[in-house]
Structure formats: structure tokens, C-alpha cells
Design a protein around this ligand. Structure first.
Ligand SMILES: COc1cc(O)cc(C/C=C(\C)CC/C=C(\C)CC/C=C(\C)CC/C=C(\C)CC/C=C(\C)CC/C=C(\C)CC/C=C(\C)CC/C=C(\C)CC/C=C(\C)CCC=C(C)C)c1O
Ligand SMILES: C[S@@+](CC[C@H](N)C(=O)[O-])C[C@H]1O[C@@H](n2cnc3c(N)ncnc32)[C@H](O)[C@@H]1O
Length: 327
């Protein structure tokens, strides 16, 4: 049965109002306050500067960054094994799906923010290398009179193996990057990647630098998500793509109940047994519940200036991939 028109109108008004409030209030309010729009900006900054959440705990904004840092400093060494244990390997499929969605073109310059131990970056390198090798093979087969030196050269130039694609991994946590760098050596990734210590809210890069921006399981931990989204928009080239893999809202009531049971009864126990750290994994499950739904997050991405914003829910909405373009 269709919803009555008054309900539709009411829900539209509520959505418009909450969106306005998130973006600093209506325009008329800016000029009626002392100091005009600066007044509002200062007021909203002051308001923002008071409180936020760290999982289910209420903390000041200044505190949150430090607490998140401690969590990832503490879990870094066990991070990868914990992900396999908690998700029975399913996180690998989600990350593969992010790459399939990206389907990078030859020469893509990727920025992977909150890149941690490099899972997205290594998948990107494997993907572009496989893609480039297939292309090179096709070209070599098509050329009849090549010497073996010419053929060998094509295979030996490591930089060329990636067809000009590169990935920059940016993360705020030294320990996560340290584990990632070691993993890169172990997996034989040398060319085409660089590691940078940096904050998603204040990226250490010039404007219009990257073709694709990814953030996987990272944005949930950032204090000012709107600021991180604006930074993503700033560093992308016109035509560039934003892709985010993050926990989301489960859309099936039965799965939701089981998932809640699993999250609150099993995950912290796994955290304690495997990583000796109950609290960090309690933070993980609580922070998941605090993160906006698929639709709310879509609106936040649009508010940062992205166009053609879409999302795909995976595993009944346990996670979602959001995509947007800087046009
Ligand atoms: C500190 O911050 C972080 C730290 C990190 O290490 C990582 C992250 C970022 C996170 C990731 C990259 C991924 C992390 C993965 C998850 C949080 C888990 C995602 C969950 C799933 C894919 C599975 C979802 C589970 C369900 C839909 C419910 C099914 C659950 C059950 C049948 C068990 C229900 C539980 C109870 C009744 C409680 C009592 C049970 C026991 C004591 C037995 C223990 C049972 C198990 C170990 C079974 C585990 C089962 C599964 C994993 C189910 C998988 C199967 C399917 C989805 C089909 C970070 O930010
Ligand atoms: C759950 S891990 C995700 C790592 C990786 N992207 C993956 O998918 O496995 C979250 C990462 O976000 C990083 N992080 C948290 N706040 C950040 C911020 N403000 N700027 C950059 N990275 C941040 C943490 O240090 C951590 O490495």
C-alpha cells in the first residue's frame, strides 16, 4: 500500500532538515548572526569541539583521535589474523569486490587512505599487474619479428609491469604502516607503491592529484567524517572516483539478531584470546553500530560534492561499498 502523501512530505522535511543541520544550517541563519557565516562556523566548530563518540562512550573530540590511535597501535601485529578469524575470511571477498568495482584503467594513480597493512593496495597492484600482463601478451603475440632481448626487456622492467599504475598508502598509525611494509616485502611488492603517514582529515597531498581514492574500514574511525570526505574530493582529479568499503546496516531482521549476538558475544572474546585485547574489539563492534546507514552515508558523500553517488550492500548489509565521482 502506498504511504499517505502527508507521511512522504513529513519524511522529506525531516531528511532535508537533518541534512541542513549537518551542513551548517540554512543560509539565512548565516547572515542573521553576529559575524555572519563566520559566526555560524565558529558556533558549529565550538559545538563540534565538545563531544563525540568512541564506540558507545562519549568523549571529547580531542580525545577521540588518541584513543583510535591506541586501538590500532595495540592490534597492529594481530590485525590480519584477527580479520580472518572474525570474518572466516569473508573480508577478503569484500576487498576483492572493491577492486572489481574499481576496475582500474592502465596508469591509474590510487590513493588508499587508512590503508593500514596494505590489503587494498596489494590487491590493486596484483590486479593492474595481471591486467597489464594480459595486454602485453596480446601485443607480443601480435608482433611477429621481435628478438628475444626485446621480449625479455618487456618482462624485466618492474615499473613497466604495472603499466604506469601506482598506489599511495596513507595512514595515521606508524605501527599499522610498519606491519604493512613488512607484508609488502614478504609478498614481493616493491615497485609502484609508497607509504605516507597522514591524517584523512588533512591529507598531505596537493589538489587534483589522484584518479581514485579508496578507504576501507577506515572512515568509521575518523573524528570529522565530513572533513575527510571533503579532503577526498580535494585530492581527486576532475573525473576521479571515490570508493569506500565500510560496515553498514543489516537489512534482514533475523541476520541482524544473529550478527548482533555474534558481534557482542563472540568478537570481543576472539579479541581477547588472539590479540590479548578485549577493549579494542569491543570498540570495533560498537563503532560499527554508530556508523550511519547506507542512505545517510550516501547523503554525506553528496554533501562533500560528489556526484552519481551509489552504493551496494554486501552480505545482507553487514558492509557496503559507496561510490561517487568528482565531476
Ligand atoms: C579495532 O578495529 C578493528 C580491528 C580489526 O582487526 C579489524 C577491523 C576492521 C574489520 C574488518 C576488516 C573485518 C572484520 C570482520 C567482522 C567484524 C566480522 C564480520 C562478520 C561476518 C562476516 C559474519 C557475520 C555473522 C552473522 C551474519 C551471524 C552468524 C553468526 C552465527 C551463526 C553465530 C552466532 C553467535 C552466537 C549465537 C554466539 C555464541 C556462539 C559461539 C560461542 C560460537 C562461536 C561461533 C563462531 C566463531 C562462528 C563464526 C561464524 C561466522 C563468522 C559466520 C560466517 C557465515 C556467514 C556470514 C554465512 C577493525 O576496525
Ligand atoms: C580497520 S583498519 C583498515 C585497514 C585497511 N584499510 C584494511 O582494509 O584492512 C583502519 C585504519 O584506519 C586508520 N585510521 C584511523 N583514523 C585515521 C585517520 N584520521 N587518518 C588516516 N588513517 C586513519 C587506522 O590507523 C587503521 O590503520
Amino acid at each position: 500500500m502506498a504511504a499517505p502523501r502527508s507521511c512522504v512530505l513529513w519524511s522529506y522535511c525531516v531528511r532535508r532538515w537533518s541534512r541542513l543541520m549537518r551542513t551548517g544550517g540554512p543560509q539565512w541563519l548565516h547572515s542573521s548572526l553576529p559575524g555572519g557565516s563566520l559566526g555560524v562556523r565558529l558556533l558549529s566548530r565550538e559545538k563540534q569541539a565538545t563531544e563525540t563518540h568512541f564506540g558507545f562512550e562519549t568523549v571529547s573530540e580531542e580525545e577521540k583521535g588518541g584513543k583510535v590511535y591506541q586501538v590500532f597501535e595495540s592490534v597492529a601485529k594481530k590485525y590480519d589474523v584477527m580479520n580472518d578469524m572474525m570474518s572466516l575470511g569473508i573480508h577478503r571477498i569484500w576487498k576483492d569486490m572493491l577492486l572489481w568495482k574499481m576496475n582500474p584503467l592502465p596508469g591509474t594513480q590510487l590513493l588508499d587512505v587508512a590503508g593500514g597493512t596494505g590489503d587494498i593496495a596489494f590487491r590493486f597492484l596484483n590486479y593492474v599487474q595481471a591486467q597489464h600482463q594480459r595486454k602485453q601478451k596480446r601485443q607480443l603475440r601480435a608482433q611477429q619479428n621481435l628478438s628475444w632481448e626485446e621480449i625479455a626487456k618487456k618482462y624485466q622492467n618492474e615499473e613497466d609491469l604495472l603499466g604506469g599504475s601506482r598506489v599511495m598508502i596513507c595512514d595515521i598509525n606508524r605501527e599499522m604502516l610498519k606491519v604493512g611494509k613488512k607484508k609488502a616485502l614478504d609478498q614481493g611488492h616493491k615497485a609502484g607503491l609508497a607509504w605516507v603517514l597522514g591524517d584523512a582529515e588533512e591529507l598531505p597531498f596537493d589538489d587534483h592529484k589522484f584518479d581514485v581514492y579508496t578507504i576501507a574500514f577506515g572512515i568509521r574511525n575518523v573524528t570529522h567524517i565530513d572533513q575527510a570526505l571533503q579532503e577526498a574530493h580535494r585530492v581527486l582529479k576532475p573525473g576521479g572516483r571515490f570508493l569506500c568499503l565500510e560496515f553498514s546496516k543489516v537489512n534482514n531482521p533475523l541476520i541482524s539478531r544473529l550478527y548482533d549476538l555474534y558481534s557482542f558475544q563472540v568478537i570481543p572474546v576472539l579479541g581477547e584470546v588472539i590479540a590479548g585485547d578485549w577493549k579494542s574489539y569491543q570498540y570495533l563492534v560498537e563503532s560499527i553500530r554508530k556508523f550511519p546507514s547506507q542512505e545517510e552515508f550516501k547523503e554525506m558523500i553528496e554533501d562533500a560534492g560528489f556526484q552519481k553517488v551509489t552504493y551496494e550492500s554486501l552480505t545482507s548489509g553487514i558492509v557496503a561499498i559507496h561510490s561517487g565521482f568528482k565531476l
